[in-house]
Design a protein around this ligand. Structure first.
Ligand SMILES: *Cc1c(COP(=O)(O)O)cnc(C)c1O
Length: 371
């Protein structure tokens, strides 16, 4: 008998509570609550090791990581980015006083289409900020080629790309910097949290200064930094979460496979493509509702909601449709036809480690029912 509890698009992975008590006792014992405490230091080392990256600076959340990454590279003027993302991507540009320039996405990867980037470059462009949407890698080689040709920085919003590998290496090593989010809804969470991945110790020190008001040492302030420090409770939870992350991702892989098995033969529903060169984290399960399907995306969404299942229309509306962006020339619908079409067709189905097989079968059979 399936329970009638609502099924949301995601549920945070919570390890057994008693496993957290020893961490709390240590924090209470040391009385070190924030400002680069022992758990913070340990999590930075263990995460960099787990992810296979050189350096990583923890943040209070992913948005502050984005805002600070832009400050680190001394960006100015215009930044090319995608409208098909969570709003924080473009907000981080406005917070810094930069102008977002939206470029359309590729219909298969849902990521910034490298073929369309060059036409958007002007003398004011200083950076490209792509997003690895749903953890699918951007075309990192082509993007880097363009960046090198025009002298642009590349900052990846890798909020969805925890532990994703591309050609056997961490996807997070591409670009000048990559930022992550450890929000409760993400694959790996610290309640709220984030990080910047960077290539060298000097850059990490500068990022560490910027996340602590710009303090370089007790008496020197080197920039208009912000307070973006991850605290010891968050860091401790991250260390505990890290012990369970492999089995959490394994479970996501099984769910992804079950959905594919159940949905692949449903006419008008297309499942995300998979490529052999990528190790995925199965953060999301986006389906596209095509014209061969008898219901529209919104009708299917409503039907599932009435039955207590709450998928999400990530990313609808497009960022370019929000009031602070829609006046930009690059926000015009005619500039972003693929993003617009995708935003109208996509539905992210529930996926999280504790989702049960009977739930997956039920969700898939409602979709397969075609009524
Ligand atoms: C979640 C998310 C963010 C913001 O991260 P927070 O930790 O919630 O601040 C930024 N970009 C993308 C693509 C996201 O999904």
């Amino acid at each position: 008998m399936t329970s009638n509890k609502p099924i949301y698009v995601t549920q945070p992975y919570l390890p057994p509570l008693e496993e957290f008590y020893p961490y709390l006792e240590k924090i209470w014992g040391s009385k070190w609550l924030t400002n680069g405490g022992p758990f913070h230091q340990e999590l930075e080392i263990k995460l960099a090791d787990y992810l296979g990256v050189d350096h990583l600076a923890l943040f209070a959340n992913g948005t502050l990581a984005l805002v600070t990454a832009l400050q680190t590279l001394k960006i100015t003027g215009e930044v090319i980015t995608t409208p098909f993302s969570f709003v924080a991507t473009a907000h981080s540009l406005l917070w810094n006083g930069f102008k977002p320039v939206f470029v359309d996405i590729h219909p298969e990867t849902f990521n910034l289409d490298p073929e369309k980037i060059e036409a958007a470059i002007t003398p004011h462009t200083t950076a490209i900020m792509p997003v690895h949407v749903y953890g699918k890698p951007c075309d990192v080689e082509k993007i880097q080629k363009i960046a090198d040709a025009y002298g642009l920085k590349v900052i990846y919003d890798a909020a969805h790309a925890f532990a994703v590998k591309y050609n056997g290496e961490s996807l997070l090593k591409h670009g000048d910097l990559s930022t992550m989010s450890f929000h409760a809804t993400k694959v790996f969470n610290t309640f709220e949290g984030g990080a910047i991945v960077c290539p060298d110790a000097k850059t990490k020190k500068h990022i560490d200064d910027l996340k602590n008001f710009g303090y370089h040492d007790e008496v020197t302030v080197v920039g208009t930094g912000i307070n973006a420090k991850m605290n010891e409770l968050q860091s401790a939870f991250g260390l505990l979460q890290l012990k369970h992350i492999d089995k959490a991702i394994d479970r996501r892989r099984e769910i992804d496979a079950q959905y594919r098995e159940q949905l692949s033969s449903v006419l008008g529903i297309s499942c995300p493509t998979i490529h052999a060169d990528t190790t995925y984290n199965y953060a999301y399960f986006p389906i596209l509702i095509e014209k061969e399907y008898p219901l529209s995306r919104d009708e299917l969404n409503d039907k599932l909601r009435q039955l207590g299942i709450f998928p999400r229309r990530y990313f609808y509306p497009l960022i370019s449709e929000f009031p602070m962006y829609r006046g930009l020339p690059s926000a015009a619908q005619s500039n972003l036809p693929i993003a617009k079409k995708t935003a109208d067709q996509v539905l992210c189905l529930p996926i999280y480690p504790s989702l049960e097989k009977e739930h997956i079968i039920r969700i898939a059979s409602i979709i397969a029912d075609r009524k």
